[in-house]
Design a protein around this ligand. Structure first.
Ligand code: NAG
Ligand code: NAG
Ligand code: NAG
Ligand code: NAG
Ligand code: NAG
Ligand code: NAG
Ligand code: NAG
Ligand code: NAG
Ligand code: NAG
Ligand code: NAG
Length: 366
């Protein structure tokens, strides 16, 4: 048996792995996407030099805003804490902070503005895909942490976490799933339970640990998940049709109908990674795909995306970017994969994952 497994491994035709994309099962169907962005924030030493993500700086005045406070989006409110010797899914902390990208809301106002944070993907050509973020949410009341896809205020897919809504006494941890805009939501978009606004309840405390939050975006349908468990599906005319980008935020403007706050202490939401597998709206990237993808049915031509679940978080620490030749012709940030710092883990982890991939493949896990 072992011999047969070994033999199949050895005689498997050698191709550039994943040249025809990255696949996942969505609503029972296999969907393959041509492009990827993978950022391992927990091993990223300097967010300022990363080319996948752009920290935002802009001010929103209180008059323009729905709440009684303005917001000051500033690059200093985003910092990375590197975890050089251990892997993400170990949940290791350094200096008391979990490893990853901190999205900070400060309690001390600047004028009438709350210091808040937003970081956007540099790619704006994301049209359909599967987007995943490993996050540990703040437990400080009065902010909105958000992971979303955005084109404009009527083409937007949001997962929004309002920390004031958590109740540890009765283990109530909602997440607001919204198609369309934050502004609509803030304007008393009170139609909760309508097809494009669903308040889903997480089966865990999102402030206690990292979990994977995921949005799958297909023509006419959007799916939301936590640790690969489906929270909601929305099939609606409000599903976007235009290419857009990804956004990570933590903000507060005092609006009692939405973020609440401002918080009375500094508030930190930590992002350990983002993995986005998507199709590009750019003609250049579509041509690239046509040139590199010779036969989607050839073994290894399409790579199955490993799935993080509540009971198996190992895939959370696994990146195509760290494998040999699984991201050929993809745009990756930095010379070493997605910008990971050199460390013992950088050497040992790929060795482990080669075994992991082969065994997983043989066992049909992926
Ligand atoms: C990856 O695969 C491509 C296509 O087969 C090949 O041209 C390239 O040399 C490979 N790169 C490495 C580092 O093996
Ligand atoms: C993504 O692109 C691939 C390759 O062109 C295509 O086969 C697939 O249907 C596309 N997916 C969606 C959801 O458009
Ligand atoms: C965004 O990507 C472009 C290439 O498409 C690159 O030239 C630019 O430096 C990137 N921006 C940042 C802030 O990294
Ligand atoms: C936002 O306002 C603060 C305080 O007035 C100012 O220091 C900062 O430069 C402004 N930021 C931007 C992007 O204009
Ligand atoms: C919030 O999280 C911090 C840091 O993990 C912890 O020290 C504090 O006890 C938590 N507070 C509550 C109310 O859970
Ligand atoms: C968003 O973009 C779509 C497609 O271009 C357009 O129809 C719609 O009017 C835009 N919405 C806003 C608020 O600009
Ligand atoms: C838990 O408390 C929240 C308010 O904090 C309330 O909205 C919710 O209905 C409660 N859930 C249960 C099951 O009692
Ligand atoms: C939390 O839930 C408990 C039990 O349902 C309830 O007594 C309490 O009022 C809730 N707390 C808040 C802040 O809503
Ligand atoms: C992908 O390959 C094409 C040639 O087929 C090349 O022109 C393009 O620059 C490559 N893109 C990346 C991101 O490597
Ligand atoms: C990439 O990794 C090598 C070996 O681990 C290291 O020597 C080099 O400095 C790294 N380069 C960058 C840009 O991090």
């Amino acid at each position: 048996m072992l011999g047969i497994l070994l033999l199949t491994t050895l005689v498997r035709p050698i191709l550039a792995d994943c040249e025809c994309g990255y696949s996942t099962v969505i609503d029972g169907d296999v969907q393959a996407f041509t492009d990827l962005i993978e950022t391992d924030f927990a091993h990223l030493s300097n967010i300022a030099t990363n080319t996948d993500w752009v920290r935002q700086a802009f001010n929103v005045t209180s008059e323009k805003d729905r709440g009684s406070y303005g917001e000051m989006y500033a690059v200093d409110n985003m910092q990375t804490q590197v975890d050089p010797n251990s892997h993400v899914e170990d949940g290791q902390a350094k200096n008391g902070q979990p490893a990853g990208l901190s999205l900070i809301v400060k309690s001390s106002l600047v004028g009438d503005m709350v210091p808040v944070s937003e970081i956007d993907s540099n790619r704006t050509d994301i049209l359909y895909g599967s987007f995943r973020a490993g996050m540990k949410l703040t437990n400080v009341s009065g902010t909105c942490s958000a992971f979303f896809w955005y084109f404009n205020d009527t083409q937007e897919i949001d997962m929004e976490f309002l920390s004031k809504e958590y109740n540890a006494t009765n283990s109530s941890y909602p997440v607001n799933l919204v198609l369309q805009s934050r502004e609509a939501a803030e304007d008393g978009f009170d139609a909760q339970g309508t097809p494009t606004f669903i308040k889903a309840y997480l089966p865990f405390d999102p402030t206690a640990d990292f979990h994977e939050y995921r949005i799958d975006f297909l023509p006419g349908s959007v799916y939301f998940y936590a640790d690969s468990q489906l929270l909601a599906e929305m099939d609606s005319e409000a599903v976007p049709t235009h290419a857009g980008h990804l956004v990570l935020q933590q903000w507060s403007n005092g609006n009692p109908l939405w973020s609440g706050g401002p918080p009375t202490e500094d508030s930190v939401t930590t992002v350990s990674y983002v993995k986005a597998y998507f199709n590009s709206s750019l003609a250049q990237r579509q041509t690239d795909y046509a040139l590199r993808c010779h036969d989607p049915d050839a073994p290894g031509a399409v790579c199955s995306i490993p799935q993080t679940t509540a009971t198996n978080t190992t895939p959370a620490g696994w990146f195509f970017t760290y494998q040999n030749n699984m991201t050929n012709n993809q745009t990756v940030s930095g010379q070493n994969g997605s910008g990971r710092t050199a460390s013992a883990a950088a050497v040992l982890w790929p060795m482990f994952t080669v075994v992991f991939v082969v065994v997983g493949w043989e066992l049909g896990i992926w």
